[in-house]
Design a protein around this ligand. Structure first.
Ligand code: SF4
Ligand code: SF4
Length: 314
């Protein structure tokens, strides 16, 4: 598989990063063991890094496979605001993943300059941990143009993981053109960029050549995280990226079935999920929540804040 350098300071990695949200309990597509088998298969095909996050709650699920592939690089992320919270998140990752060094550690879902400013203490702690050699590179993930711009100017930042796809689905504060401009700006400063939501949370899955080709052809995007939950999906995506002709059999075996967020009848209308959704895809109407399906990128982040377990991607 093609190898890329993630910016000036980042490591050399495969052009595809395994997005582990797709095999995590948060999405519930596969069992933990099935997820491990998929991950083993991905690594056997040349993918040599994995993207996870504290909220995916899958460190222990991933650990046995990561131990079998000790050279695999790991990215994780957390929402820490304070220094203590950052250290707690890092220690959790190091302990549960059984790694002395976390290769890349990101602050999760940073929207703009003010969000980053609010996380200043955690950011300084990240820099400190990098200096101590506990973390290889540091950065942010973001669904926002202003997040990319703020990240680009953040002292010491190495990596940005922005939401980007050929229709601009899920960008929370502007157009695709503006996001590309912000990414170019960051990339020119030497920041490593790897894309998220290349398939727009599944909405663009019916046009995989367009979705993957778009990202691959943008010079300022060095790599992409792909969430995959079957061997066929891995074969299919890797074949497209390497320019191989994809057999009809393989194409037909990749079922790009429409997925959606299911809201159970017993919703109490507490509004927790509305606040958690960065996409504005949930609205309270009367005593329960409703989904604006066109805005939902199927991240699953709302499910974790529902005290009544009403939300599930099916
Ligand atoms: S509704 Fe839930 S799954 Fe959909 S974008 Fe919002 S947080 Fe993500
Ligand atoms: S968090 Fe759960 S109970 Fe509260 S509004 Fe959302 S779905 Fe309903």
């Amino acid at each position: 598989m093609k190898k890329v350098k993630l910016g000036y300071n980042g490591p050399i990695v495969s052009e595809v990063c395994f997005g582990s949200l797709a095999i995590s309990p948060l999405q519930g597509r596969v069992t933990e063991e099935q997820g491990r088998d998929i991950l083993r298969y991905a690594f056997s095909q040349g993918i040599d890094w994995i993207d996870t996050a504290e909220i995916y709650a899958n460190y222990r699920q991933l650990r046995p496979v990561l131990n079998e592939y000790p050279d695999t690089k790991i990215v994780t992320k957390c929402y820490a605001v304070t220094k203590a919270e950052l250290y707690r998140s890092l220690e959790k990752a190091r302990l549960e993943l059984e790694r002395d060094i976390i290769d890349i550690f990101l602050l999760h879902e940073q929207e703009n300059y003010f969000t980053l400013k609010g996380h200043a203490e955690a950011w300084e702690a990240l820099r400190e941990c990098k200096e101590k050699g506990l973390i290889g590179n540091i950065g942010i993930s973001t669904h926002a143009i202003q997040g990319v711009k703020a990240g680009a100017l953040q002292p010491g930042l190495d990596i940005i993981h922005p939401l980007i796809n050929y229709q601009g689905l899920g960008i929370i504060d502007g157009s695709l053109a503006e996001m590309l401009e912000a990414i170019n700006f960051a990339s020119e400063l030497g920041i490593g960029i790897y894309a998220m939501k290349v398939f727009g949370g599944g909405h663009l899955a019916s046009k995989p050549e367009e979705a993957l080709g778009f990202i691959k052809n943008i010079k300022s995007i060095h790599a992409m995280a792909l969430g995959m939950s079957t061997q066929q999906e891995i074969d299919f995506n890797l074949a497209i990226l390497s320019g191989e002709k994809v057999s009809e059999k393989l194409r037909n075996s990749v079922i790009h079935r429409e997925r959606k967020l299911y809201i159970a009848d017993w919703c109490q209308g507490c509004g927790n999920c509305v606040k958690a959704c960065q996409q504005g895809a949930l609205v309270l109407q009367g005593d329960r929540v409703h989904l604006i399906a066109a805005k939902c990128i199927l991240c699953g982040y709302c499910g974790r804040v529902c005290p009544h377990f009403c939300l599930k991607i099916v």
